[in-house]
Design a protein. Sequence first.
Length: 347
Amino acid sequence: MTLVRRISVLALAAVMCVAALASGQAVNDLPNPYTTHQGHFNLPDGRTWGSTSAVDIAPDGTSIWVGERCGTNSCAGSDLDPMLRFDAEGNLVTSFGAGMLLFPHGIHVDSDGNVWITDAQGPREDQPASAGLGHRVIKFSPTGDVLLELGEAGVAGDGSDHLLNTPCDVTTGADGSIYVADGHGGQGDDAPPDTVARIVKFDAEGNYITHWGGLGSEPGQFRTPHGLAWDSRGRLFVADRGNKRIQIFDTEGTFQEEWTQFSRLSGIFITDDDMLYGTDSESNDIRNAGWRRGIRVGSAATGEVMYFIPDPVGAGGTSAAEGVAVDANGNIFGAEVGPSQLVRYTR
């Protein structure tokens, strides 16, 4: 593609995005400059991929961390390691965490290389192996040592205390403060009013500071706060999946604005140069009519959506990536629940 033609395509995409944002129209018809690669990552002999929504990049910019659900969609009773680190060529470098997690969900790798994971389910009476698991965030060292735990394993809570309830995602701020997107339920209008849907803030040592949110669709409320990311201005972006929007806050939880043009996001990732990657894994005629599943790529600074990578599978209850991460070379990694795979996208 010539430079002039590429600029024209991008300009047209920007105009379409602005028009769609103003009208509420679905943002689907955008260029896709990426090539899809399935089967890039190599698991040990005899092990197959389970569901995964957790993927992030190590500080080296090329190693990939994944939280994988032990060959199925739950690690209950499994002796497999759910925490996996791969090199850029897709080779497994290290693994750990067997017996510690029930439902690995959201992942964050901090600047020191420590790996944070959320356990987004609680124990079930019909699943004895799940006892004593779930409802917490664990901070691991790069070699698997437990450095910090937030919440209490197997115990759900929703008040101004240390307890969590099916936490979806976790991230750390510039000052070391910890932010947890808490509450994996409540996406529908029939959700009980006491459904947990909030952001919980802790200090760097794990002491509770505050929380904000609550179930609902008003600014500052949530219906499943499913993913977290920071832009270069220090604003916290929340993938408010059930409300089909991104909400943006300052570090104290003050609402800034909301965006709907990135669709019904499960996962969100923002690079240092403010490129935003948002993953829609569940839109359909009931949940979000007119919108196609896939990854939308745009600007966290302006809200413009530039590219759209369609769902490589296109069927099932959840099929496109839920989790997303981007390495230093611009390669995108999509963690998929339904198809049970980690997909690599390159330009």
